[in-house]
Design a protein around this ligand. Structure first.
Ligand SMILES: Cc1cc2nc3c(=O)[nH]c(=O)nc-3n(C[C@H](O)[C@H](O)[C@H](O)COP(=O)(O)OP(=O)(O)OC[C@H]3O[C@@H](n4cnc5c(N)ncnc54)[C@H](O)[C@@H]3O)c2cc1C
Length: 483
């Protein structure tokens, strides 16, 4: 039997790679972890989830300060922000979390960490910094990078991506965002709240295209009210550097050409897999436009090489990357043939209010030909929402023909937390009647989950048939007030 220096080698020290490395080493596998960045943590920690959520929190507090009188407080003189202070806070949050993702911690778990740019030289070995490392199994977990669209003049025009946007010296007076996906929309609201004039250009007719249109429209309406401009169904014709500002020419859906000017451009038009230079073509690992092709067990076309996280082009979330990392550990180390199941994978866009989703939305149910029924409840009916002055939004619950919940979307305060109950209920096969009969604390935002379930049951419980039955058996005498 061939002998290899390591049981498992992991390329990429982000959410997926760190999950695999920590799990494998703790199970006793001799584990190698290689990252090209000179630090661990990946995009999520350094230029994704962590800095964006930190920035969003700062923007939220600033927004609340400006609304002080709404809460019965004295009017506050709100000074313009110093972005360098915001950046400073972002860096300090990252450095706190970096401890979980440090070389010392991983070395403590038994992982050998190396930095540099590895390339496969055969199916079991990579070359790195002049040395060869062999492993029985490999995992490609190299993440993704921003796609830069082919726009005339953009290559000669300065622009920002998620790599730079959190580390600016000062707040841009104005910002044109290419792309109305989750990253573009979160940044649009945050920068608008901090004081930038923001315009979002979206190619399709809807922002957040993976969401149901009615929910996406509600998000857009909130951002519009706060001052963000939107150009939907719009293509970007050209970009140009004018020195102190950038010019962007767009063509809107009705064919009108519009010229926009702003201090800065943020490109957020999607992601592409980081596979360049890995030598995958030489070792027969198949890739397509989305990324490294994998089966449900995360195996590539070379069965001993796995690909997890953004690089396989599936669900581009940190929790999906971690989940897939766990699938790799089960298959490669435990030798248990575990498959990924994304049926109830939740996600959230962290606008304010947040938009969270799990399972099928209406668009997906229609596409799948499912006869569904829709149940909703508005946050303006939720006592806690009213008390907190956060009444915008609603919950949508989708039931299949058997009246089983198959999906929930929540646009409302702390939706990312509120969806947690559905994560447990849907993954655990909990019946709707059980969710309804469980006592929820009052007053909470999360009561909306129980309320939407109650809306479904109340049409059955309070039906004319039930009333007639009770009247017949127990002689109930009907309405006391005829008004
Ligand atoms: C602005 C922004 C906000 C986001 N917010 C959220 C959020 O709120 N919630 C959420 O779930 N997701 C969010 N995401 C997505 C999330 O960041 C990614 O899904 C997640 O980081 C993917 O993890 P990963 O391990 O696949 O890749 P990464 O975390 O990117 O890790 C890949 C690692 O591989 C290394 N690498 C790259 N190329 C090579 C190479 N050739 N050799 C060796 N190493 C290499 C990189 O240096 C990096 O350390 C956000 C993304 C962005 C950009």
């Amino acid at each position: 039997m061939a002998s290899y220096a390591f049981d498992i080698g992991v390329l990429g020290g982000g959410s997926a790679g760190l999950t695999v490395a920590a799990g494998s080493a703790q199970l006793g596998a001799k584990t190698l972890l290689i990252d090209k960045d000179g630090r661990l943590g990946g995009d999520c920690l350094h230029c994704g989830c962590v800095p964006s959520k930190t920035l969003i929190r700062t923007a939220h507090v600033y927004h609340l300060m400006k609304r002080a009188t709404y809460f019965g407080l004295p009017d506050v003189e709100v000074k313009p922000i110093e972005f360098s202070n915001v950046s400073c806070r972002i860096k300090s949050v990252i450095s706190k979390i970096q401890k979980h993702d440090s070389v010392e911690r991983f070395c403590g778990l038994g992982v050998k960490v190396e930095f540099g740019e590895p390339a496969f030289i055969d199916e079991h070995s990579v070359r790195l910094n002049g040395q060869t490392y062999s492993a029985k199994n490999w995992v490609i977990a190299t993440g993704s990078s921003p796609v830069i669209p082919q726009v005339k003049g953009l290559d000669k025009t300065p622009y920002l991506t998620n790599r730079e946007i959190f580390y600016l010296d000062r707040l841009p007076a104005s910002l044109i965002i290419f792309g109305g996906g989750p990253i573009g929309i979160e940044m649009a609201q945050a920068f608008c709240r901090l004081g930038s004039k923001v315009a979002v250009i979206q190619r399709s007719g809807q922002i957040l295209p993976k969401e149901d249109k009615d929910m996406a429209v509600q998000v857009m309406d909130v951002l519009k009210t706060e001052g963000v401009s939107f150009y939907l169904d719009t293509s970007i014709v050209s970009a140009q550097d004018l020195g102190s500002e950038r010019e962007v020419v767009i063509r809107t859906g009705d064919g009108t050409t519009v010229t926009l000017k702003a201090e800065t451009i943020l490109v957020a038009t999607g992601r592409k897999p980081n596979i360049e230079g890995l030598g995958l073509d030489k070792i027969g690992v198949a890739v397509d436009d989305k990324g490294v092709k994998v089966d449900a067990r995360m195996r590539t076309s070379q069965r001993h090489i796995y690909a997890a996280g953004d690089v396989n082009g599936g669900y581009l979330f940190t929790h999906a990357a971690g989940y897939e990392g766990g699938i790799v550990v089960s298959n490669a180390i435990f030798h248990l043939p575990r498959k990924a199941d994304y049926t109830f994978l939740p996600w959230c866009t962290y606008t304010d209010p947040e938009l969270a989703s799990i399972g099928m939305n209406e668009t997906a149910a229609r596409k799948a030909g499912i006869e569904y029924s829709l149940w909703t409840e508005e946050f303006r009916e939720n006592d806690r929402s009213i008390a907190e002055g956060e009444e915008t939004g609603k919950i949508k619950m989708i039931l299949n023909e058997k009246e089983m919940p198959i999906g929930v979307q929540i646009f409302g305060p702390r939706a990312g937390e509120v969806v947690g109950e559905w994560v447990a209920a849907l993954n655990g096969g909990v019946k709707l009647s059980r969710l309804l009969s469980a006592v929820h604390p009052y007053p909470t935002i999360g009561e909306i989950n129980k309320k939407v379930a109650a809306n479904f049951f109340s049409q059955k419980i309070f039906s004319d048939r039930v009333k007639k039955g009770l009247k017949f058996f127990f002689n109930l005498r009907g309405r006391a007030c005829k008004a």
